[in-house]
Design a protein around this ligand. Structure first.
Ligand SMILES: Nc1ncnc2c1ncn2[C@@H]1O[C@H](COP(=O)(O)OP(=O)(O)OP(=O)(O)O)[C@@H](O)[C@H]1O
Ligand SMILES: [Mg+2]
Length: 360
């Protein structure tokens, strides 16, 4: 899919802009604090109705104004759709082809975006919850069964934990009740883990090809799933009941699992350089685009914020080559660098200064 036109009104530091984009590479260039990321943020928000930088969408409304408006035209192979996101103190409103959508969920899927921003490096550096969330979001987008199983798992888990917290003496525990709960939890938990492992195997295959093309040829990347659950997960839950009672929550299960990225067998979190970590995340985003295409036959937009820093020229060049020509890409940068002569794609440059496009 392609975003061919974008209009902003009172969004961040933009008063009114109307932009026509090219189908391949769109470069937002400018000095710091001019509005490059704001522009990417507006595209991201038009896709998913929220910002990647803040949960308070009111922050997106231009200072001293009451409401923001983002409008865009999305072209897919056979359809053209007009999207609109209105933000005001009263809330968010979405429109598709000028008609209000009743539920936000009816709006999703019209404009798919994959964003890389420097904060994504926390996917490697940060705690396991971030990686579980990543898995849940990515897998959930392409597999509705997974979403369902995960939600069921979370419900049963919440019941088990609530029960364990409510008991005062372990001797009073209702073995029969817990037997039932543990069986259910084990069944759902195992399904969640199996689907995650299957997904990661697929992701790994795509990721390996992309990573190999971007990084040095002798770097091999792996992703593995880390879990404490064993084949007889129900028996494990039973054996852990006393401990779970003391802690007041279930200690083993997919809600505690993690995943790990390795280069040549070494954990990227502890041994990878900044450039390697960045390359892993970028490769992951490009892999995500590929998997999304395999499922839907449409490429999402790729939004790259500040992607070039910390990458040597060769990696920068390889990254651009790894992005398929059909993927419409938006990239922010403070200088054109290698984009000028090494980019074999159709590209358009938007020079940004204080919320205005100055080369129009
Ligand atoms: N709600 C808002 N209303 C008006 N201006 C805003 C609002 N929110 C942020 N800004 C302004 O937007 C500017 C930052 O824009 P942005 O983050 O897009 O910069 P950038 O061009 O990406 O810079 P860098 O190269 O440093 O990343 C700041 O000067 C900030 O004051
Ligand atoms: Mg920025």
């Amino acid at each position: 899919m392609k975003l061919t036109n974008l209009k902003l009104h009172n969004f961040r530091n933009y008063e009114d802009v109307n932009l026509e984009f090219t189908e391949q590479f769109n470069v937002f260039i400018g000095e710091n604090a001019q509005g490059k990321t704001n522009l990417l943020e507006s595209i991201y928000a038009l896709g998913v109705t929220k910002s990647h930088r803040t949960n308070k969408y009111q922050q997106l409304i231009r200072f001293d104004t009451d409401a923001s408006l983002i409008q865009g035209t999305v072209e897919k192979s056979t359809t053209t759709t007009e999207l609109e996101l209105d933000l005001s103190a009263k809330g968010r409103k979405t429109k598709v082809d000028h008609l209000p959508t009743r539920k936000i969920s009816d709006y999703f899927g019209n404009l798919n975006v994959v964003l890389f921003s420097p904060e994504d490096l926390y996917l490697i550096k940060g705690g396991p919850k971030l990686r579980r969330d990543f898995l849940d979001i990515e897998l959930g987008q392409i597999n509705k069964i997974y979403l369902y199983e995960l939600m069921e798992y979370q419900k049963v888990l919440a019941s088990r934990n609530a029960y364990l917290k409510q008991i005062i003496n372990y001797a009073d525990i209702d073995e029969v009740y817990l037997e039932v709960i543990d069986e259910q939890l084990a069944k759902l938990g195992k399904q969640v883990v199996d689907l995650r492992i299957q997904f990661l195997a697929r992701l790994e295959e795509t990721l390996q090809k992309i990573y190999q093309n971007i990084a040095h040829k002798d770097e091999k990347i792996e992703v593995s799933y880390l879990t404490d659950i064993k084949d007889d997960y129900a028996a494990q839950l039973k054996a852990n009941r006393r401990q779970d009672f003391i802690k007041g929550s279930t200690q083993i299960g997919p809600h505690r699992d993690d995943l790990i990225f390795k280069i040549n067998g070494k954990d990227v979190k502890n041994f990878g350089s900044q450039g390697q970590q960045r390359t892993v995340i970028l490769s992951l985003k490009i892999a995500e685009i590929q998997l999304f295409f395999e499922e839907t036959n449409e490429y999402p937009l790729l939004l790259l914020d500040d992607v070039l820093s910390e990458l040597d020229q060769q990696r920068q060049e390889h990254i651009f080559n790894a992005i398929k020509d059909d993927v419409q890409t938006f990239i922010t940068t403070t200088d054109l660098g290698i984009l000028k002569d090494k980019l074999n794609k159709k590209y358009e440059v938007f020079e940004i200064q204080e919320g205005k496009i100055i080369n129009d």
